[in-house]
Ligand binder design. Structure first.
Ligand SMILES: *Cc1c(COP(=O)(O)O)cnc(C)c1O
Length: 408
């Protein structure tokens, strides 16, 4: 056989297996309550809706559904998505501002392909979404981490980093943000800072990637405007590239997402997508179009949010009841995750094995930090386990924490 280490190209040589996927192998052991995955609750998938939709589509649009479609997406789907943006985000866009993707992971890949040459600096939140870090790394990105607090990315730190990059005369290209109920931290970027991000994007000539798979998964509180919309209303820089996906609101198996951007950017992405997969699934776009057109989206997301709110509250209550002093956590108003901080002196990496012994699992926070920091943090998912499992799992996790504290 060929020498894999020698014969393969630089990009896959650079790319490592995702820590989460590796962890999931351990955490699938029977008896373990896992907060490690990021999966939506399969009880909530709209099985009957999809079955009916497929039947109707085959009867009326079978020739479109089973045929290749345009690379930028089926007009039927785009039209419904444009109405959706108008209705839910107060945003008016043209079909030329949209390309349909094979969910957001492909969108992130297109962003990487479009912008990154090896060694280009890419600004990311600390912590940031691992799937984003992994794809940008494969294109050779050099990460520049920006600090976050409970209002999202810290824009004064962002400006410091941009200033520093400018003196280095480096080809910095974009800032990658997950502004709504961030994966992993559950934090939402405040509207004030969104405005500041737009201002900095103009001042430093940098694209902003708004990756927002959880925006509609809001249980309470008021949503700040999308960065894309705020830009349109204020500076109109056209520097914002927004990513949308049906994975967290409908079904990840559908693999349908959308990129929203200036039409020149969309045109470039269309050419890149041709070599990736020619087009995203026509059938699945028609299912997604029906999901929006029929109004089932609103009913479905209301149900999802009710169930997830209960789960999130169960987790928050259990944390308050069982965790010892010195442990803190975020209180998200939506999404699938919350973020736990142990005392500075503790390592969630080292504690992972203890947790597995207690039959509970999480993802180590350091895996989301581009510089490997955040050793005392962890990500907990609350969408997948049942409320009873959540209560029991947090109790087990607290036991692991308390034992470590005593051992010190
Ligand atoms: C889940 C997720 C994605 C990718 O989801 P797709 O299924 O590929 O659409 C992208 N970004 C973030 C932040 C996510 O949490």
């Amino acid at each position: 056989m060929i020498d894999i280490a020698k014969n393969i190209a630089a990009a896959p040589r650079r790319t490592k297996a995702s820590v989460i996927r590796e962890l999931l192998k351990i955490t699938n052991k029977p008896g373990i309550i896992s907060f490690a995955g990021g999966l939506p609750d399969p009880e909530l998938f709209p099985y009957d809706f999809v079955a009916d939709a497929v039947k109707n589509i085959m009867a009326k649009q079978g020739r479109v559904a089973l045929q290749y479609g345009p690379t930028d997406g089926l007009p039927e789907f785009k039209e419904e998505f444009i109405k959706f943006l108008q209705k839910h985000e107060g945003l008016t866009v043209k079909p030329a501002n949209i390309i349909v993707t094979t969910a957001s992971q492909q969108a992130l890949d297109l962003v990487g392909r479009l912008f990154i040459d090896a060694s280009d600096p890419v600004l990311v939140e600390m912590p940031s979404y691992m799937g984003g870090l992994q794809v940008f790394k494969s294109y050779g990105a050099d990460f520049v981490g920006v600090k976050m607090d409970e209002d999202g990315i810290m824009t004064d730190n962002l400006e410091e980093r941009l200033n520093w990059l400018r003196t280095q005369d480096e080809h910095y290209k974009f800032l990658y943000l997950v502004p709504d109920f961030q994966n992993p931290s559950g934090v939402t970027l405040s509207e004030e800072r969104r405005r500041k991000v737009i201002e900095l994007s103009e001042k430093y000539n940098i694209a902003v990637i708004e990756d927002s798979p959880y925006r509609q998964v809001r249980f309470e509180g008021v949503a700040p405007k999308m960065i894309y919309r705020l830009d349109k209303e204020t500076r109109n820089t056209d520097n914002i590239i927004s990513l949308f996906t049906f994975s967290k609101t409908f079904a990840p198996g559908l693999r349908i997402g959308v990129i929203l951007a200036h039409e020149q950017i969309i045109k470039k992405m269309e050419i890149l997508k041709q070599s990736l997969d020619l087009c995203s699934s026509s059938l699945n776009q028609l299912i997604a179009a029906e999901f929006l057109r029929s109004g089932y989206f609103e009913k479905h997301i209301a149900r999802v949010n009710t169930v997830y709110k209960t789960k999130k509250d169960t987790m928050l209550n259990a944390l308050a009841e069982h965790m010892p002093e010195g442990v803190t956590w975020t209180k998200p108003e939506g999404g699938l995750f919350l973020w736990v901080k142990l005392p500075e002196s503790m390592s969630a990496d080292d504690m992972f094995e203890d947790a597995i012994k207690e039959n509970v699992a999480y993802v180590i926070g350091s895996a989301f930090h581009c510089d490997g920091s955040g050793k005392n943090t962890m990500r907990l998912n609350f969408s997948y386990a049942t409320p009873a499992e959540i209560a029991e799992g947090i109790k087990r996790l607290a036991t692991a924490v308390k034992k470590r504290l005593v051992a010190k």
